[in-house]
Design a protein around this ligand. Sequence first.
Ligand code: PLP
Length: 413
Amino acid sequence: MILINQNFTKMPKSYLFTEVGHRVSDFKRAHPEADVISLGIGDVTLPLSPAVVEAMKKAVDEMSIPETFHGYGPEQGYPFLREKIARFDYNDRGINISANEIFISDGAKSDIGNIVDILDSQATIAVTDPVYPVYIDTNVMAGRAGKPLADGRWSNIEYIPCCIENNFIPKLPTKAPSVIYLCYPNNPTGTSLTHSQLSKWVEYAHRNNCLILFDAAYESYIQRNNVPHSIYEISGAREVAIEFRSYSKTAGFTGVRCGYTVVPSSLKGTASDGTTMQLRDIWLRRQCTKFNGASYIAQRAAEALYTTQGQQQTAAQVAYYMENASIILEGLTHSGLTCYGGIDSPYIWVKTPATTSSWNFFDILLEKCHIVCTPGAGFGPAGEGYVRVTAFNSRQNTIRAVNRIADKLGHIE
Ligand code: PLP
């Protein structure tokens, strides 16, 4: 008998995007003529920028001759990239983070999933709801989530609702958790927190000895000045927070795979036997054992983003998607739908009309307008009654999708 990890038996059978995929394939099979536009899965559509392509080609050439070939690299990432990140993403913005506190990865999802390795098995978790499902599922796999409840929640996880009623600003947890996941700008709601709103969480974490896992995958989409790009802009965050960053949405790296995690040396934790250690040292130990580094070519590609050309080209890509976001925001609002997000984020969180559920509205948009969105209920109980629409598409498709919704659904009361 092969003994398997029991926690997997508790996992819900269908992952959100698998179910979306099934419904879309069924629809396309039944209506092969339909011109379906996807504003569903949050993958980028623009190709890599010229600065990135050039750097990757150069790196491939280096790999082709013995003198400049690169084998295994440092587990923490090449210093050439860590030093640029420390300077451009932090020090030049007045934030004290050193190259030594930065860990290059093959993307934020791996690090967000793997970070649970360094937490105590009894650590308690709080998440904002709706939520990026990876925060929950990785804790379920690690046996930390408790039992599944009838409404889709887990008994040992505190869900903090973010909805119209609280203007998408989460209240502080009712019972101090060991770990708090925060994602800002938020996926899926597209909303953001201001400096003073995020400061309350850092103060709370200090008062209650919590660790904040701050997911800043959408940092480059921030437009407003009072929205922090990093949790380390908040004083005291170095002692309570780990930050995850990704080049996926910033620079179209979803297929290249590169991101990084910041674990400040001032962040300390205590094991159940009373031993105190730097989280940075534990994470390095974990990475050296289970990770052999991101590819040299991907790291050279990421380095190119910090050149003047790289910065300009990346900013142009972000601006392109944000123009799509404003077209969606304006168009759907004009059709009578109530929309949130889409200002510091490529996601628009749309309230479903009247009593229509998330999945019902998903079906209506697919069947009547041939448009794919993501049902909010798939992101947690507080996502019921909303759908997520993404700005990751061509300008032409975005305009066509918005016009179709106006034509086919008419004005929604
Ligand atoms: N965090 C959030 C909130 C995301 O939405 C995503 C991707 O969609 C990720 C992390 C993962 O990013 P990566 O492609 O770097 O693994």
